[in-house]
Design a protein around this ligand. Structure first.
Ligand SMILES: NC(=O)C1=CN([C@@H]2O[C@H](COP(=O)(O)OP(=O)(O)OC[C@H]3O[C@@H](n4cnc5c(N)ncnc54)[C@H](OP(=O)(O)O)[C@@H]3O)[C@@H](O)[C@H]2O)[C@@H](O)CC1
Ligand SMILES: Nc1ncnc2c1ncn2[C@@H]1O[C@H](COP(=O)(O)OP(=O)(O)O)[C@@H](O)[C@H]1O
Ligand SMILES: [K+]
Length: 461
């Protein structure tokens, strides 16, 4: 099972259920604090440790970790902020027998454990706390946030005054949106996940490596998946998408309206009049249609989009087609079955009002179009209309290059054409896209990505 992603409330519910099933909050805190201590010890290498402990259970984890580290012989000081509030945090603080100072008096130490605030942060950090925390992080050689960096909104990933430059974050029990959604995700540093014995389930999870099987023994090119990519004003973008589709497992790719160039295996069909597209799409063997990359935004583009939307095939809508739809997207797409869209942040904002953070905004967009939304970016979110969501955890910032989105759209169309539903196909596409980027190495050109797709697929068989 892929790793679940839980909101702060869902994590609390999971903890409550674990307690109802026989454990105690104190035992959970003991496990969490030990995980923090183990992670810190791995990197401390004998250097002095400063633990910042806040008033809640995040601080409680910090006191437990401090006690364990001190027992193991580490030099530990706790800088406390506020009085411990919950019974478990009060007990953890009482059990701490080492030196405690006020946060305002804390001097930098090489190893820093940030246990000020976790999932209970309810408002932005006070300015003086944020300044002190930042200066201690800046001065530390290794800094570890307990559960989440102090000063991020767990559920939306908003930055509420968190420090920049943390070395690592140890997520407790499950990932939360803040570990994956920007800007909080970028503030976490290296991400570790500790099992604290709380069974966590939910309808959101991280995108995991796909598991594929080779084509069946009796496969033939059309049953492998026939993709039609519709080209428009800037045919290069559609070419990139078509090449990605044929390298991503589709059996047959038609590029309608542009000459494909290489590879020759892509079949070119001319589109004189936009109405020619209706004839090309009148084919039951088609597994998926892709429209949008380089489509243009003129009357011809609109006419092609109308025909694609009216077709009976699974449809990926990307790029210019999304801009053409704009605020009409829900109204135009919801009545149509089997649809996915792949907006970047700008295209998303042209179609949908933004709700409470990227994850919830994407889920609400998916409901609005009654289809799958792949909301791109370093923190790509895939959302389905039934409330399921998957978020990218593997990343390559080298994907921020022209044409890389066209490639993703082509991969998505191919995966859908192989028979996977759009929610699954989109997760596969995001994973293959990033994996191909990693295989391509630094500073690749989007044209090169497709060549690495077969190897990425090979890792999943
Ligand atoms: N539940 C469990 O079983 C387990 C939980 N675990 C751990 O608990 C963490 C969640 O703990 P938590 O819910 O106590 O919240 P936490 O983040 O420590 O802070 C809340 C306190 O801060 C205060 N406060 C909030 N914002 C503030 C601000 N800007 N500036 C100042 N104060 C502010 C707030 O006060 P209030 O909002 O009421 O004024 C409250 O007193 C979780 O991340 C994990 O580390 C693990 O031990 C495993 C078992
Ligand atoms: N900084 C980044 N880190 C990881 N992936 C990124 C980053 N920037 C962009 N991407 C990915 O690269 C692709 C860019 O798509 P898009 O913006 O549509 O580009 P284009 O229109 O040039 O093809 C998306 O899949 C996006 O998720
Ligand atoms: K923290």
């Amino acid at each position: 099972m892929p790793q679940p992603i839980l909101t702060a409330a869902a994590m609390r519910d999971a903890e409550t259920a674990a307690v109802a099933a026989g454990t105690t909050y104190a035992a959970l805190m003991a496990t969490a604090g030990k995980a923090v201590a183990d992670t810190a010890a791995r990197f401390a290498l004998g250097r002095p440790i400063l633990v910042l402990a806040g008033p809640g259970n995040n601080g409680g984890d910090g006191y437990v970790a401090a006690s364990i580290l001190a027992e193991r012989g580490h030099d530990v000081i706790v800088a406390a902020h506020g009085d411990a509030r919950s019974a478990e945090a009060i007990a953890a603080r009482a059990a701490w027998q080492g030196q405690t100072i006020a946060l305002a008096d804390a001097e930098p130490r090489p190893i820093l454990i940030d246990a000020l605030f976790g999932t209970g942060l309810s408002r932005p950090l006070d300015a003086d706390v944020a300044t002190t925390l930042q200066s201690l992080v800046d001065a530390a050689e290794f800094s570890l946030a307990v559960d989440v960096p102090s000063g991020v909104d767990t559920d939306t990933g908003a930055d509420l005054g968190a420090p920049h430059g943390l070395t690592a974050t140890l997520a407790l029990g499950a990932y939360k949106p803040a570990h994956l959604i920007e800007p909080a995700a970028g503030l976490c540093g290296h991400l570790f996940l500790a099992d604290i014995g709380v069974p966590a389930r939910g309808s959101w999870h991280v995108i995991a490596r796909p598991q594929l099987v080779p084509p069946p023994r009796d496969a033939q090119k059309f049953t492998r998946g026939l993709v039609v990519v519709v080209a428009g004003a800037m045919p290069g973008a559609a070419r990139l998408a078509a090449r990605a589709a044929i390298h991503a497992g589709a059996g047959y790719v038609i590029l309608a309206g542009a000459d494909a160039g290489q590879p020759e295996a892509i079949v070119h069909k001319p589109l004189g009049d936009p109405a020619d597209l209706a004839a090309i799409l009148d084919d039951d063997r088609i597994g998926c249609v892709l429209i949008g990359p380089g489509l243009g935004r003129d009357d011809r583009a609109s006419a092609l989009l109308d025909i694609a939307v009216a077709s009976r095939h699974p449809l990926v809508v990307d790029g210019d087609a999304l801009t053409l739809l704009g605020r009409e997207a829900p109204h135009r797409l919801a009545p149509r079955a089997d649809i996915a869209m792949t907006p970047h942040a700008g295209e998303f904002a042209r179609m949908f009002a933004s709700a409470d953070g990227k994850l919830l905004a994407t889920l609400s967009a998916a409901r609005a179009i009654d289809g799958v939304v792949v909301h791109k970016g370093p923190d790509t979110v895939v959302a389905a209309p039934d409330g399921r969501a998957a978020v990218q955890i593997e990343r390559s910032s080298w994907l921020s290059t022209a044409g890389s989105g066209d490639t993703l759209a082509g991969i998505l169309a191919a995966r859908r054409a192989t028979g996977v539903d759009f929610f699954g196909a989109a997760q596969q596409a995001v994973w293959f896209h990033t994996r191909a980027a990693k295989l391509a190495g630094p500073a690749f050109v989007a044209d090169q990505l497709s060549h690495y797709l077969p190897a990425a697929i090979g890792e999943c068989l």
